[in-house]
Write a protein that binds this ligand. Structure first.
Ligand code: GTP
Ligand code: MG
Length: 195
C-alpha cells in the first residue's frame, strides 16, 4: 500500500456526508490537541495536510483521506476539551454516534491516540471501551513521546497499558508526530487493516 499516494476526499459534518463506498476505514480518535491530525500528517509524510491547530478543537468535522485509492484514514474531531460549549459537545456526541453506528461504513481499525506524558483520561477509557464493544480492532498510540525523558518512557507506557487494560500481547506504539518515532511500526500495523 502506497501511503505516499494520499488525497483529501471530504469533511463530513452530518451523516449525509459520510463516505459509504465499502472501502476500509481506519479511524483516528483521541482527545482534542493530542495530535491526531499531526500523526496522520507524519504517516503520510505531508505537512499540514490534515490541518493542525495550536488551540484545541481544530478538527470539528470528520475528515476522510483516501490512501492509494483503496482505503481511508479518517481524522475525527477530538473530545474532552473543557472550554467547548454544551451544545458543541452534544453535536460531537451525535456525530460520533452516527458515525460508529452507520451500517454503510467499514471501520477496520481504530487508532486510539493518547498523550504519552499522562495517564489516559476517563474519556480515553470510554473511547477505548467503545472500540472494544463494537468489536473493532484497536491499536493505542502514545503520541508526543519526544516530550518525555528516555528514562520516563517505560513507566509511562505501562501506566497507559494498565489504565486502558491493554493486554501484554496487544500492540501499543510509542510515537512522535514531531520527530517521526514509531512511524514504521504504525504504518505496518495500518497496512494489515487496509484490504
Ligand atoms: P483537534 O483537531 O483539536 O482534536 O487536535 P488534534 O488531536 O488533531 O491535534 P493536532 O494534530 O492539531 O496537534 C495539536 C498540537 O500538538 C499542535 O501544536 C502540534 O504541533 C502538537 N503535536 C502533535 N503531535 C506532537 C508530537 O508528537 N510532539 C510534540 N512535541 N508536539 C506535537
Ligand atoms: Mg485535528
Amino acid at each position: 500500500l502506497n501511503f505516499g499516494n494520499a488525497e483529501f476526499v471530504r469533511s463530513a459534518a452530518s451523516p449525509s456526508q459520510f463516505v459509504r463506498d465499502g472501502a476500509p476505514q481506519i479511524v483516528f480518535a483521541g482527545r482534542s490537541n493530542v495530535g491526531k491530525s499531526s500523526v496522520i500528517n507524519r504517516l503520510l509524510g505531508r505537512k499540514n495536510f490534515a490541518r493542525v491547530g495550536s488551540a484545541p478543537g481544530k478538527t470539528s468535522q470528520i475528515n476522510y483521506f483516501r490512501i492509494d485509492r483503496q482505503a481511508y484514514l479518517v481524522d475525527l474531531p477530538g473530545y474532552g476539551y473543557a472550554k467547548v460549549s454544551k451544545a458543541e459537545k452534544e453535536r460531537w456526541g451525535q456525530l460520533m454516534e452516527s458515525y460508529f453506528q452507520d451500517e454503510g461504513e467499514l471501520i477496520t481499525l481504530g487508532v486510539l491516540i493518547v498523550d504519552a506524558r499522562h495517564k489516559p483520561t476517563a474519556d480515553d477509557c470510554v473511547m477505548c471501551d467503545w472500540f472494544r464493544q463494537s468489536r473493532c480492532p484497536m491499536i493505542v498510540v502514545a503520541n508526543k513521546v519526544d516530550k518525555l525523558k528516555k528514562s520516563e518512557v517505560e513507566a509511562n507506557l505501562q501506566l497507559i497499558r494498565d489504565t486502558l487494560q491493554i493486554a501484554e500481547g496487544e500492540p501499543m506504539v510509542a510515537f512522535s508526530a514531531e520527530k517521526g518515532e514509531g512511524r514504521e511500526t504504525l504504518l505496518r500495523e495500518l497496512s494489515l487493516h487496509c484490504g
